[in-house]
Design a protein around this ligand. Structure first.
Ligand code: HEC
Ligand code: HEC
Length: 354
C-alpha cells in the first residue's frame, strides 16, 4: 500500500517534471516563432503638442505579439479570394502606404477600383475613414477592402477558415490574444494594432517645431510656412495637416463622376465633397487627389490657381482659387517638402518581414 503511494507520487512528480520541461521546451521554441524581432518594442505615444487621438487602445490592448500578428496579416495574400492581393499590395511602405503610380486602386483579377489608395499613418486621429468618410472605426475599416469585389473579394468567414487551418497563425493568435481560435474580431483588432502604431511625426517640420538642435528652416521654408498659414491651413491645419472635414476643393468631376461625401449622406449639399487629405509625406504618395489625377504638386497648385470648377457645393474658401507668384509657389513647395518623414518610410517595423 505504502509502496504504491510512493510509486504513485514519484510517477506524478516525474510526469510533472517531464511536462514542465516539455512546456519550457515548447515555450522556448515558441519564442522563436512568436517574436521574429524580439528587439522590437511596440508602444504608442502621442507626439508632443498633438491633440488626443480619436482611437486609443483602451479596448484593444497593444502588445508586441498583437502588432506582429497585425503586420503579418497586413502583408497576407490569403486575405483575398484568390490569394494574390494583400493590404500591402495597395498600401506600400515606400509610398507612405499609398499606392505609387496607381491613380486608381488595383485589386484581384486585374480589376480597378474607383479611388486612389490613401496614405496610412496617424490613423488614430482620423475621425472617419475613406475619401467619403463612409467608415468611422479603425477596427471596422479592413472589412471593406477584404469584402470589396474589386479589391480582395473574400468573405471574412473564409479568411477565418483559411487562417484557422494554418498552424503558424494559430500560434500567433495565441501569443497575441491568448486563444488559438482565429476569429474575425481578433483579425480586425490585430490589424488595428499594426496600423495604429504607424505614426509619422519626425519630419524636418516636426524637428523644427520641437526645437531640436541643429534643425533650422531656410528663409524660403519660413516664407513658405507663412504662405501656407494664410492660404492652406484653414483646411490643412498642423500638426496633422487635415481638419478631417469634407469639402469640395473645386476639382472638375472626373469621368467616374464620384459623388464623394454625398455617396454616404445622399445629401445634394455634399456632392463632390471629399475628406481633406493630410499633406504629410507628399513626396512619397504620388499621385494625388481622390482619383489620383495629378502626378505633381505643381499640377495641384495649377488647379487651385486657374482650374477651379465652380459647382454649387464649391467651398467658399476656393471661390476665387489660390493664386501665387512664382516665388511664393517655390517657397510653399519648399515648406511642403519639410513635411516628408524619411524615418517613417524607412521604419523596418512597418515593412514586410522576410
Ligand atoms: C485593391 C487595393 C486595396 C487593397 C487590397 C486594400 N486597400 Fe485600403 N484602401 C484602398 C483605397 C482605394 C482606399 C480609399 C477608398 C475610398 O475612399 O473609398 C483605401 C482606404 C483604406 C483606409 C482608409 C484610410 C483613410 O485615411 O481614410 C485604410 C485604413 C485602409 N485602406 C486599410 C487597408 C487594409 C487594412 C487592407 C487589407 C485588409 C486594405 N486597406 C486593402 C485600396 C486598397
Ligand atoms: C477649402 C479647403 C482647402 C484649402 C484652402 C486647401 N485645400 Fe488642399 N485639399 C482640399 C481637399 C478637399 C482636397 C481633396 C480633393 C480631392 O481629392 O477631391 C485637397 C487636396 C490637396 C492635395 C492632394 C493631396 C493628396 O494626398 O491627394 C494637396 C497637395 C493639397 N490639397 C495642397 C494644398 C495646398 C498647398 C493648399 C494651399 C495653397 C491647399 N491645399 C488649400 C481642401 C483644401
Amino acid at each position: 500500500m505504502k509502496k504504491s503511494i510512493k510509486l504513485k507520487a514519484r510517477f506524478w512528480r516525474n510526469t510533472l517534471l517531464i511536462s514542465t520541461s516539455l512546456l519550457l521546451l515548447v515555450l522556448g521554441c515558441r519564442k522563436d516563432v512568436q517574436i521574429p524581432d524580439s528587439s522590437t518594442s511596440i508602444s504608442f505615444n502621442i507626439p508632443q503638442g498633438w491633440p488626443t487621438p480619436f482611437y486609443n487602445f483602451d479596448n484593444n490592448k497593444l502588445t508586441n505579439a498583437g502588432f506582429i500578428l497585425g503586420r503579418k496579416l497586413f502583408y497576407e495574400t490569403k486575405l483575398s479570394v484568390d490569394n494574390t492581393i494583400s493590404c500591402g499590395s495597395c498600401h506600400q511602405s515606400f509610398a507612405a502606404f499609398a499606392n505609387l503610380d496607381h491613380p486608381l486602386s488595383h485589386g484581384i483579377n486585374n480589376q480597378f477600383g474607383n479611388r486612389n489608395a490613401p496614405t496610412l499613418f496617424n490613423l488614430n486621429w482620423n475621425t472617419s475613414f475613406m475619401w467619403d468618410g463612409g467608415i468611422n472605426h479603425l477596427e471596422i475599416q479592413p472589412l471593406a477592402p477584404m469584402q470589396n469585389p474589386v479589391e480582395m473579394g473574400e468573405k471574412i468567414g473564409n479568411i477565418v477558415t483559411k487562417l484557422n487551418n494554418d498552424a503558424d497563425y494559430k500560434q500567433l493568435f495565441n501569443d497575441a490574444f491568448g486563444t488559438s481560435e482565429v476569429s474575425s474580431e481578433y483579425i480586425l483588432k490585430a490589424l488595428a494594432q499594426f496600423m495604429g502604431v504607424m505614426v509619422s511625426s519626425n519630419s524636418k517640420y516636426d524637428q523644427y517645431m520641437r526645437k531640436e538642435s541643429g534643425v533650422s528652416f531656410t528663409s524660403s521654408e519660413l516664407a513658405g510656412m507663412d504662405i501656407f498659414q494664410q492660404k492652406c491651413a484653414s483646411c490643412h491645419p498642423a500638426p496633422l495637416f487635415t481638419d478631417y472635414t469634407f469639402r469640395n476643393a473645386g476639382l472638375q468631376p472626373g469621368s467616374l463622376n464620384d459623388s464623394g461625401r454625398a455617396h454616404i449622406t445622399l445629401d445634394p449639399n455634399d456632392l463632390y465633397k471629399f475628406r481633406v487629405p493630410t499633406l504629410r509625406n507628399l513626396k512619397y504618395s504620388i499621385p494625388y487627389t481622390h482619383d489620383g489625377r495629378y502626378n505633381t504638386l505643381d499640377q495641384v497648385l495649377d488647379q487651385m490657381a486657374t482650374g477651379i470648377f465652380d459647382g454649387t457645393t464649391l467651398d467658399p474658401l476656393m471661390k476665387t482659387g489660390i493664386q501665387l507668384t512664382a516665388q511664393q509657389r517655390s517657397d510653399l513647395l519648399n515648406f511642403l517638402n519639410t513635411l516628408n518623414d524619411e524615418s517613417f518610410i524607412k521604419d523596418k517595423r512597418f515593412q514586410e518581414q522576410q
